[in-house]
Design a protein around this ligand. Sequence first.
Ligand SMILES: Cc1cc2nc3c(=O)[nH]c(=O)nc-3n(C[C@H](O)[C@H](O)[C@H](O)COP(=O)(O)OP(=O)(O)OC[C@H]3O[C@@H](n4cnc5c(N)ncnc54)[C@H](O)[C@@H]3O)c2cc1C
Length: 382
Amino acid sequence: MVATEPKAQPKERWTASWKHLYDEVVTTGLCTGCAGCVVVCPHSVLSYDDKNGVYKPWQNEDSYGGPADCSHGDKACTTCTRACPRFGSWESEIDEFMFGRARKPEELSGIYKDVVLARATDPILHEVGQDGGLVSAMLVYALEHDLIDAALVSYLEGDGTTWKAIPGVARTREDVIASAGSRYTYSANTMAYLDLEKSEERIALVGMSCQSSSPPAMKQRKAGKVARRISLNIGLLCSKTFDDAIFEELFEAKYGLKKSEMKKMNIKGVFQIWMKNGDYHEVPLKECHAWTREGCKMCPDFAAEHADISTGGIGAFNDWTLTIVRTDAGRDLMARLVEDGWIETRPGDDDPGAIALMHKLAAKSRKRWPEFAVEAPRRLGK
Ligand SMILES: Cc1cc2nc3c(=O)[nH]c(=O)nc-3n(C[C@H](O)[C@H](O)[C@H](O)COP(=O)(O)OP(=O)(O)OC[C@H]3O[C@@H](n4cnc5c(N)ncnc54)[C@H](O)[C@@H]3O)c2cc1C
């Protein structure tokens, strides 16, 4: 008998559209509000609701058929589902695309090349940074060395006294400094894509773990030009974000802390709050859980597993950024920053507790991914 080569299977056609996204992600609790679907929509029929803690894509009822109905019909455009980092087998698809293989179950914090501790050598960038100021140093370096044209980041609205985190574009050192530090409410930085100039072709995205899975999902599933423009993907480790209402309903109501008087906040086992008058307060995290934003409750990704570089603040050293380098592009950028004296690094092994804690928190987040979504229908060829 002559052995025959197995016939190549025809590639399944991707036919999933907004209705599928709506049913599988938007209304089931899987939607994190990353806004990937909104910014890729070629017909601009999706908008974004970021009021009263909602943070979800939305189909305008007046102009179109209502929330579940895309005016382009169920069988029309598929771009939104291609951009969604929670639709279908998103995790293994993106892993294959980025790393050439799926994550092994024991790789709780995703696939990576290096873990280091890093901090900016520039005293201002170090000072304004939440941890080591690494993210700000990377952005300023990339802008000033013509590696990127702009970055999608988060600012505080207005004069900052409302503590409302909003997406925005950073184009200069001053912009990056103004956007530095962490806010623990949600900011869909991806949305700032819509404010870019046409000429701004090389973009960095800074985003929570969910947001940083969106560009590689778009690339892998060929969702159009947005992903092509995002050339640097910086992720922030994250176990959750809180509803904006936490300021009034907990911090002010129980502790008398007015948000207009707050200077800085951090989470290190407790919610730490520094006030403008120099006072310091700690709020137990247990008390904050009731204000966990809905979009975070099923998110399985603590470690921003699909960023070029993921950054966090856990560990023994307060003013260093725990840095997980995942891609060649991330490694090249880190090497340039070290070589040019913009950052200093030390081995991750200097703080083994931080790495162990990252894996522990990653394992905890992975447990949130609901049973109904594990074998999510692929919506291919249907
Ligand atoms: C909501 C949230 C939760 C986090 N949870 C954890 C955690 O549980 N464990 C952990 O180790 N690390 C967590 N981090 C990451 C950590 O707080 C730092 O952002 C990270 O270590 C980088 O520090 P840096 O000094 O290098 O960054 P910086 O130089 O200070 O730059 C921070 C960047 O983050 C952007 N940013 C700030 N707030 C937001 C926001 N709400 N949404 C989107 N972008 C924002 C800023 O615009 C800036 O570009 C969290 C960050 C955020 C925003």
